[in-house]
Design a protein around this ligand. Structure first.
Ligand code: SF4
Length: 250
């Protein structure tokens, strides 16, 4: 099984800096391209397709491979980066938006499982048909719910609902990125009614944004209020900032 190659921005080893697996050593594969426009985006460089994929070893060596990468090339690189460190169990597929390449992601995840890796999918949570193609091959999912106030163009509610109809019942959690523009009641307004019935049993992570030119970090008071609000709808709620930033890591 070896489908069309896909454009990759970078492959690197780091500690997972977000969500419920925070602190876990992982190999990250950052796919190129994204069809959304989050005001807090901290990976704008991943939205275009670069000529080369950069490969960073944990020792600091950097090399390049011409894009797009075949499955064989990428699986070899991942194994090379993970091999010196027996603690690396997880491979994170991130972006950009990895679900723009569902066939490739499904095949990659399948190959990585054969190599005894666990596969962690980080996605913006708006491409349900693509998720359907990959879900049987991934072990855990970090799915965003994009709050309208954090977007230049809001994600359609139907896409969010359909995505979580597929993801609910798997090892998944919901991530809300919080900026100072988020309003009290915004989480409840999106989640209440039928969406709550499928995602209520999950954990919600509220992630205060790392400030950008277009988005400021929320105050403690706003975070506290939103965490209290989310607690009404979700099984458990955690507030976790981007910890890799604190380490100066990728
Ligand atoms: S989905 Fe991710 S890559 Fe795309 S604009 Fe939002 S933060 Fe940036």
């Amino acid at each position: 099984m070896n489908g069309e190659p896909a454009p990759i921005v970078e492959v690197f080893a780091s500690f997972q800096g977000e969500g419920v697996l925070v602190g876990t050593p992982q190999v990250f594969v950052r796919f190129a391209g994204c069809d959304l426009d989050c005001l807090y985006c901290d990976t704008e460089y991943a939205k275009a397709i670069p000529e080369h994929c950069k490969i960073y070893s944990a020792r600091g060596d950097v090399r390049k491979i011409v894009n797009p990468l075949s499955l064989d090339e990428l699986v070899k690189v991942i194994n090379e980066i993970a091999l010196p460190d027996p603690n690396v169990e997880w491979v994170a597929l991130t972006g950009g938006e990895p679900l723009l390449y569902p066939e490739y992601v499904a095949q990659l995840a399948s190959r990585l499982s054969e190599d005894k890796f666990l596969v962690y999918l980080e996605t913006a949570g708006h491409l349900p048909e693509a998720l359907e193609q990959v879900i049987e091959y991934v072990d855990s999912i970090a799915g965003d719910i994009k709050l309208p106030s954090t977007m230049k163009t809001p994600v359609a509610y139907e896409d969010i609902y359909d995505f979580w109809s597929v993801a609910a019942g798997t090892d998944a959690f919901v991530k809300f990125v919080i900026t100072d523009a988020v309003e009290r009641g915004e989480i409840a307004g999106l989640v209440m009614d039928e969406l709550w019935e499928i995602i209520g049993p999950l954990t919600a992570v509220l992630q205060p944004c790392t400030p950008t030119a277009a988005a400021k970090a929320p105050s403690f008071e706003l975070l506290w209020s939103l965490a209290h609000e989310a607690d009404h709808w979700f099984d458990s709620v955690r507030v976790i900032p981007q910890c890799h930033r604190l380490l100066g890591a990728r």
